[in-house]
Design a protein around this ligand. Structure first.
Ligand SMILES: Cc1cc2nc3c(=O)[nH]c(=O)nc-3n(C[C@H](O)[C@H](O)[C@H](O)COP(=O)(O)OP(=O)(O)OC[C@H]3O[C@@H](n4cnc5c(N)ncnc54)[C@H](O)[C@@H]3O)c2cc1C
Length: 427
């Protein structure tokens, strides 16, 4: 059977793209080797981050580099094979992380973030997924007056961008989460208009189910090859899977951290690199119930109330996709987390690990491929792909259906890494 569009990847990004396309009249096939929402979009911290208007630059200050160097941090760790494999992308990341460059990147990034909650809301309503969402913000905990003051100052500036917050004293924080032990903390920022999802995978599944209700097709297949169709009458795409070959007019690559592997044989080589994170759940009891996700700002981990239990999520580990799990960072995080909340019974015997798909300039790739017609890219959303899936999906639909765009996608084009192109960044 021929489809108007094949979308590869049923994470938050691919599912949202498939949903928007199907809703707007295309006949869509979404392919994934697993069921929807079982990879990175499963294991994240479940925050729809309206406050995330700042990116995560590479540390450039000497003090910050010295802090990271011993490789014992809870927020970031690195493995030598990954530094070697991704050295070019990391060098670019470092170059893009100058203050002037970050300022420009953030102004572009913010055009996407501005739509995150409203775009999720449209899909939540359509798929009846409201019970998974809490619209009461999340808490950014601070251990030092200095970091709290700095964050509060930035938060005031961020109001102009539509970000709402409240600075909480230690007493106010204790009143909000009476089961937590906030010894060692001085206060928090309560991000008011960000949302929390109690089961990120279930939200992707709800969107995917709604896509099927609109007569969209999902198939569980491993894509082995994509190739331009050689049939002159109907130029388009052939998608070869372990089971069947599918034909479509358009092809969307939304395979998260695996996207580059799929497009490399076609002559693309984007500097996509993975940043791994781990999580583990702990059974919820009367003693450890919390109502908000809490991010320990100074140590870089999240504790969130999920359907599966309290989910403890680590910061980033710069490692290769195929590297075995290394639980060192998680172990240190769990020691810190269990001082805040009693974490007695682990739900899983082994922690989950998954990789954020990252680009050196901290922006996703959204738009047409430059070497082939009707090939579209939607990946590289790094720390906020769960947040930005729906707006990305809408943009992919608008591009394919040649409609006016909700957001200018030029800053997210795939050609920005082409060697000869002037990048127009102060690097
Ligand atoms: C620990 C952690 C915490 C995070 N917290 C947050 C958060 O709170 N908020 C937020 O917004 N973001 C968060 N993120 C980031 C977010 O999870 C990712 O950016 C997002 O899930 C990426 O979605 P995706 O659809 O691009 O990729 P994925 O969810 O990884 O989906 C890609 C899909 O492609 C499929 N695929 C790949 N190759 C093939 C192939 N050859 N054939 C068939 N299928 C294929 C995979 O099976 C997969 O299902 C976090 C990430 C981590 C790791």
């Amino acid at each position: 059977m021929r489809y108007d569009v094949v979308v590869i990847g049923a994470g938050m990004v691919g599912t949202a793209a498939a949903w928007h396309l199907q809703k707007n009249g295309s006949k869509v096939l979404m392919l994934d080797r697993k069921l929807p929402g079982l990879e990175t979009s499963y294991g994240n911290a479940g925050l729809i981050q309206r406050e995330a208007i700042h990116t995560h630059p590479f540390p450039r200050q000497i003090t910050e580099m010295v802090r990271v160097l011993p490789n014992q941090g809870t927020d970031i760790r690195y493995r030598i094979p990954a530094l070697l494999r991704y050295h070019q992308a990391l060098l670019q990341y470092w170059k893009f992380s100058t203050p002037d460059s970050v300022k420009k990147i953030e102004s572009e990034w913010q055009t996407l973030i501005a739509h995150c909650t409203s775009e999720h809301q449209t899909m939540i309503e359509a798929s009846g997924a409201d019970e998974l969402i809490t619209r009461d913000g999340w808490l950014q905990l601070h251990r030092s007056e200095e970091t709290l003051k700095k964050a509060a100052k930035t938060a005031i500036e961020d109001c102009e961008q539509g970000v709402e917050h409240k600075v909480l004293s230690l007493d106010e924080l204790k009143a909000m989460e009476p089961n937590a032990n906030f010894e060692g903390f001085v206060g928090a920022i309560h991000w008011l208009n960000s949302w929390q999802v109690s089961n990120p995978s279930a939200l992707v599944k709800a969107y995917a189910k709604n896509f099927q209700e609109m007569k969209g097709t999902i198939k569980e297949s491993n894509v082995k090859e994509i190739r331009p169709s050689d049939d002159n009458d109907s130029k388009g795409w052939q998608v070869v899977t372990d089971k069947e070959t599918y034909h479509s007019d358009h092809l969307v690559i939304a395979a998260g951290p695996w996207s580059n592997e799929l497009i490399k044989p076609l002559g693309y080589n984007l500097p996509l690199f993975p940043m791994r994170g781990y999580h583990q759940h702990f059974k919820i009891s009367d003693k450890n119930t919390i109502h908000h996700s809490m991010f320990d700002m100074d140590k870089g981990f999240v504790m969130g109330p999920m359907q599966q239990g309290i989910r403890i999520t680590t910061g980033a580990e710069m490692t290769t996709m195929d590297a075995p799990k290394n639980f060192g960072q998680l172990k240190t995080v769990l020691k810190l987390a269990s001082k805040i909340l009693p974490l007695e019974d682990a739900v899983e015997s082994e922690a989950w690990a998954g990789s954020r798909p990252c680009m050196p300039d901290m922006k996703p790739v959204i738009g047409p491929a430059d070497k082939h017609d009707k090939l579209w890219f939607a990946f590289g959303h790094s720390h906020q792909g769960f947040t930005l899936g729906p707006i990305t999906g809408r943009l992919v639909e608008e591009l394919i259906h040649d409609k006016p765009l909700t957001v200018d996608v030029k800053p997210f084009n795939a050609q920005r890494f082409a060697k000869k192109q002037s990048l127009n960044y102060n690097i």
